[in-house]
Design a protein around this ligand. Structure first.
Ligand code: BDR
Ligand code: CA
Length: 316
């Protein structure tokens, strides 16, 4: 089988970065483009982080700077989780490749329209870039195989009682994506808060020994502190679920459901409302991922990191 052509679109972000480790390591995925979006930090910071991660991991696909802010919502950043830089922790290499001269939506459209096989988009930040793509270039829908995203939660939120950060940040963009008719895999908090990496897992990750493993361990050592302080048992490493649901569906449970986005609501704006009982009478528009085998998750991270043996870039 051909490798699946993918676009990585995120707001790195420690867990976005680890999602990209899994994507780069997988023999089943072919990274065609990487893009940044404002979310965990400003677009300047997430773009700089994207470029440094691409150098670190040897991702040589074109890179685009994405949306500066949500479609209509007020921007919010997540410095409490990811630090001032958006990716606090160990030093990283500087950007290597230049950014694309095309806008994010134009580069996405070019990659999708020129691909012989349907492209899968993996958004791990607010859905602003994907919504802009679908609004500016509606013809791309015919060659998007799936959108496998981290966002939402069918039982609860994290930033708000009913809203998860990525969807809360840009609910209008999420509405466009969930109403697009494109097959969606939704990795929300239902699964991603079970994708916990705990301090007692860190030595096994660090002991892989290569540069990528040392840096991922360093990211986790920063990233677990805030969630531990607010009651999690480790770091909920959300975003890799959106990659792994494609290539290792056997470690997850999933259910096809109709999911809509709450755009109003005094307390519920940005909620992903899932119709478990079919009361809305609509066909499912999303495969909702509900749980993960956490032990296998850690094993797969260790396996992914081993693929970087022999790859090291200078950090000045
Ligand atoms: C999501 O918000 C961000 O802080 C993480 O990178 C993840 O994509 C979790 O709510
Ligand atoms: Ca993210």
């Amino acid at each position: 089988m051909n490798r699946i052509p993918i676009i990585l679109d995120g707001d790195p972000g420690h867990d976005d970065a680890i999602a990209w480790v899994f994507a780069k390591a997988s023999p089943d995925l072919d990274i065609k483009m990487v893009s940044s979006v404002a979310g965990n930090q400003t677009i300047e910071k997430t773009t700089y982080n994207m470029r440094r991660i691409c150098t670190l991991l040897g991702i040589d696909a074109p890179q685009a700077r994405g949306a500066v802010r949500p479609v209509t919502a007020d921007p919010v950043t997540a410095g409490n989780w990811h630090g001032e830089s958006g990716l606090d922790g160990p030093p990283l290499p500087e950007p290597g490749a230049p950014l694309s001269e095309l806008s994010c939506a134009d580069l996405m459209a070019k990659v999708i329209n020129e691909s012989p096989d349907p492209v899968t988009i993996i958004p791990t930040g607010p859905l602003t870039n994907v919504a802009q793509l679908l609004m500016l270039h509606p013809e791309v829908k015919r060659n998007i195989g799936r959108i496998s995203l981290m966002g939402g939660g069918v039982t609860h939120g994290n930033w708000k009682p009913a809203a998860e950060f990525n969807i809360m940040e840009d609910p209008e963009a999420a509405y466009v994506v969930f109403h697009s008719g494109i097959p969606i895999t939704m990795c929300g908090l239902d699964v991603t808060e079970k994708a916990i990496i705990r301090p007692d897992d860190f030595p096994r990750i660090r002991d892989v020994g290569n540069q990528a493993a040392q840096i991922v361990a360093g990211w986790l050592e920063f990233f677990y502190r805030y969630p531990m302080a607010i009651g999690y048992s480790g770091a909920p490493v959300h975003d890799p679920c959106a990659v792994l649901a494609l290539i290792h569906p056997e470690i997850f449970t999933m259910k096809d459901l109709y999911v809509d986005i709450e755009l109003g609501g005094e307390y519920t704006r940005g909620a992903t409302v899932a119709d478990f009982k079919g009361g809305l009478g609509k066909e499912p528009n999303a495969t909702v991922v509900l749980s993960i085998d956490r032990d296998r998750y850690i094993d797969l991270l260790v396996d992914a990191l081993r693929t970087f043996d022999g790859w090291e870039v200078p950090i000045i």
